[in-house]
Design a protein around this ligand. Sequence first.
Ligand code: HEC
Length: 143
Amino acid sequence: MKKLLPIALCCAFLSHAFAADPIKSRQQVFEQYKQTVGSMGKMVNGDTAFDKEMFAKLAAHMDELAQQPWQYFTPGSDKGKTEARPEIWSKPAEFKDATDKHKAAVAKLKTAAASAGSVDDVKAPFGAMQQTCKACHNQFRAD
Ligand code: HEC
């Protein structure tokens, strides 16, 4: 028991630190989105060679990331250094719909990537996923 206490304290502190700044927390996840999608995009566009193992890993990572930002759109976090539009809080059903569509598109990309023979097998699901980023940004992110 004695050994467990510092770990429990540490984790309680960490989760508190994250909860304390939901705006930063969600922006950090979106920064990881950008990197992950950027690496996949280079392969899809032919800027770098298509490495199917790597692509499948990136798509699986994307699927993990896609579960994360939404919990940080907490009540009150519409104020501050944020590009989040007030509609996120005034139209929660629409926002949830946008996150659900996005998560579904990411899941499809992950499945396609896991069995992809060539880059052609991931082009359409990658494009479809990017559409869900744009759709949500148009509606819920200030430019
Ligand atoms: C369901 C809505 C939604 C989806 C889907 C979505 N985003 Fe966003 N995104 C937002 C909102 C809202 C913000 C503004 C967050 C803030 O400033 O508090 C944002 C911010 C960002 C940022 C800026 C982060 C920063 O440092 O301030 C990047 C980059 C980004 N999104 C990339 C993406 C990419 C890439 C995808 C698709 C793979 C995506 N987003 C999908 C809603 C979404």
